[in-house]
Write a protein that binds this ligand. Sequence first.
Ligand code: ADP
Ligand code: MG
Length: 394
Amino acid sequence: MSERTAEQVVESVRAAFAETFGHEPEGVWSAPGRVNLIGEHTDYNGGLCLPIALPHRTYAGVSHRDDGILRMASAQQDGVVEVVLDEVSPEQPGGWGSYVAGVLWALREEGHDVPGLDVLVDSTVPVGAGLSSSAALECSVAAAVSDLAGLGLLEDAGSRARLAQVCIRAENEIAGAPTGGMDQSAALLSDDATALLLDCRSWQTEQVPFDLASAGYALLVTDTHAHHELVDGQYGSRRDSCQEACRILGVDQLREVDPSELDATLEKLPTDELQRRVKHIVTEIDRVEQAVAALRSGDLEEVGRLFDASHVSMRDDYEISCEELDVATETARQHGALGARMTGGGFGGSCIAIVRSESVDEVSTAIDASFADHGFTAPSSFAVTAAGSARRDR
Ligand code: ADP
Ligand code: MG
């Protein structure tokens, strides 16, 4: 985990940009990673989720070019990737460059006139940890293009929501990752000390107060460093199960299932597995509403109980947890956490726990020890606060 300040990263982006491309960037823009507090795998079911933006950000130094070429370099990757804008496709340029090229492609698809660019990125978001380094990358570049091409898409919540849709298209259609939209919305629409309640059916958002520190608590994130294979296939198969259930139930999205009619709904599904998948989605959407109410009334113990219930639902019904995530959350609970749950797509990545501010070190150390006992790779834990969205830094 990088301890670098924003100022330091901006400076190092400018220096690396000049060294790589032989001239200064026109500016540096950044966008945050996120953790989802609750509401997992609900986004592609038209449901609710509740992310916060992290203090960890991806910074992009950017200059426009007049020749329709996109050149990209990253402090987290070797070499320079180059592609002609007219030739961007799921195959071209491929690899990490497709997250950047996809944003330019999607803006052009939406009818915007977008120039070629030189781009150099550096990030304090752990890559591939379920903290959405991919959306941080897309949205930092999207913010830069909006300013450099005079598109004005950072101006207000409405235009930022449109820019989020552009970044979703980039990730789905060019990078080839079938993500639902929470990550990009969090990166573009979040605010300090608030969580973002995102309705993935209407795409409406609401700010919900999230300031654990003033109540004497902290949100501890643990990156388990576990990345189990099958992630992509399992993600797709969960989406397929939800679609199959919708067909059988005659609804467009599982959001339409009323939680008070859950039992009767489950009886219509042919297999135990499909029943458990639907049960997770319907109860998880309901838990988001309950968590929002609890946050608004300052009832953190209730939020903690909902975290625990969410984890059990993901472990037993949706079956997207793994040993590392179960051990980390269980250890946090044993050391006094109000609640703990895996966050993100699952099968590895990160978990979150609400712990007393003075217990952050104790809980992190306990998780380290449990991982050592189990023979797992050492994890990284860090306390986070809710931070702001994509912006120009320099
Ligand atoms: P997550 O979004 O949870 O971190 P993903 O698998 O969705 O994980 O996205 C990670 C991918 O995004 C990386 O494999 C890489 O292709 C790209 N990426 C993210 N951050 C960077 C970065 N700073 N530099 C280059 N590529 C990045
Ligand atoms: Mg991602």
